[in-house]
Design a protein. Structure first.
Length: 459
């Protein structure tokens, strides 16, 4: 660390989200290169060498960067459609549109999704992309390029579907892949883009879409592929009562038992939603340390139900937060999920004891790092971890009268992000991205949304 350039952040409240939930009412952080070198209460050590910048963060709360564990970036250009539908009706309405997506659309939609998250405090993002219409270009490469340009740490969950309309699935046949084609393309994506190193900016997971859009053979073979390549697995699970009925009718068992029968439970697996889980399902996830991406806003938007997050946490299930696709969560940012995770779970059986502010923050930071398999590197502010840090401004009208900064962040309005660092590089300043032109991205996403709508209208 001696030769690394140092950034010193001082005079801020700090919520480390470490194992002891250590907090400092007024403290400092020293970033050296792409690592957190030191942090603590009071003033930073004197006589530090090679300090290139000092930030007086008075009136701010420093937290780990937020970590998004489930998203579909391409949906940025289909926001605001089918707003009064449940999941299956929503999919039926939108699959014919999504099936027209091409490489420029995927790139631009990824730019919009990433920009919205990053300017709102997300430092690690993921995208579950599973729509690969034939002859539409390098969609995975376009998404990864957008993440690299935005400057966030990124996991591409390379999705797939092989059950089209003619096989009883929902997507049009030309928007699904063959079993062998999906596996080959997924393996090629992992080999080209996955970086297993400690400070990796790009990783790849194997991610068939869902039980009702992929064959049993694809699920089982994808799990074998991921473990052979040493990468993680991701899919949708137990999202709706209709999915549970589908699994019982087709496979003779519920979703969790079906996943276990195909090799899809384990500490290298995380699933989105997991709304309809009974005690046995939760116990199976806890026993196998299978992770959950909790998406409260999307679950509410699609009337899917309330996931049993307090019971999952009590059982020891790893749980993180997800934005989900912005066709079912138009805000597209993760701070909303901190607040909604807390509020929506209080409508469930545990009522006011369901979650508190610090548990919600942990879901959005350390919980997400666990789910993505990166808790050793990020998700908490600790010496030696990666310098993924956010400074939230809490001394304005929106928050200044709330004494506790973590309560202000979670219960209050979306707090302005004064600075966001990823891998030691600042990507947000005073609520604006430093890496891409937000206004240009907004224009491009509007244009691509119109082009997609026109293509879909032409059939």
């Amino acid at each position: 660390m001696a030769a690394a350039q140092r950034i010193v952040i001082e005079n801020c409240s700090i919520a480390t989200v470490d194992a002891d939930d250590t907090e400092y009412a007024s403290g400092y952080l020293v970033l050296a290169g792409n690592r957190i070198e030191a942090l603590g209460a009071g003033s930073a050590p004197e006589n530090l060498e090679n300090v290139v910048r000092r930030i007086d963060a008075r009136g701010h709360l420093a937290t780990p960067g937020l970590i998004n564990t489930h998203h579909h970036f391409y949906q940025w250009i289909t926001r605001g459609l089918a707003t009064d539908h449940n999941l299956f009706d929503w999919l039926v309405a939108l699959y014919p549109i999504w099936a027209r997506i091409d490489e420029p659309m995927a790139y631009t939609a990824a730019q919009g999704s990433l920009a919205m998250m990053a300017r709102g405090g997300v430092t690690t993002a993921m995208d579950h992309h599973y729509v690969y219409p034939r002859g539409t270009g390098d969609l995975s490469g376009a998404i990864i390029r957008a993440a690299r340009e935005t400057g966030v740490r990124f996991t591409l969950a390379r999705g797939s579907m092989d059950r089209g309309e003619s096989d009883g699935g929902l997507p049009p046949d030309f928007a699904v892949e063959s079993l062998d084609g999906a596996l080959a393309a997924t393996e090629a994506t992992v080999k080209e883009h996955h970086d297993p190193s400690f400070d990796a900016m790009t990783q790849v997971a194997v991610a068939p879409c869902s039980p009702f859009s992929v064959s049993t053979e694809l699920l089982r073979s994808a799990a074998e592929l991921a473990r052979r390549l040493g990468v993680r697995l991701h899919t949708h699970g137990s999202e709706t009562v209709e999915e549970e009925k589908f699994c019982h009718e087709l496979f003779g068992m519920g979703p969790t038992d079906y996943f276990e029968s195909t090799g899809w439970l384990g500490e290298d697996v995380w699933m989105a939603h997991c709304v309809h889980m009974n005690d046995s399902d939760i116990a199976a996830f806890a026993r196998t340390r299978t992770g959950v991406a909790h998406c409260p806003s999307s679950n509410a938007r699609l009337a899917a139900g309330i996931a049993r997050v307090p019971d999952m946490l009590a059982a020891g299930v790893p749980v993180g937060l997800g934005v989900d696709g912005t066709a079912s969560n138009e805000s597209g940012e993760l701070h909303t999920e901190l607040r909604n995770a807390l509020l929506i779970n209080r409508l469930g059986a545990h009522k006011e004891a369901a979650l508190n502010a610090r548990q919600a923050l942990r879901l959005g930071t350390h919980g997400g790092a666990r789910v993505l398999g990166r808790a050793a590197e990020t998700g908490s502010l600790e010496a030696g971890k990666l310098a993924d840090v956010v400074l939230w401004k809490l001394d304005t009208l929106a928050h200044a009268s709330i004494a506790d900064p973590v309560t202000a962040l979670v219960f209050g309005a979306a707090a302005p992000v004064t600075a966001s660092f990823v891998n030691g590089r600042q990507i947000v300043a005073d609520g604006r991205l430093l890496t891409v032109d937000e206004d240009a991205v907004a224009r491009a996403t509007r244009d691509e949304a119109r082009r997609l709508a026109q293509l879909a209208a032409q059939g």
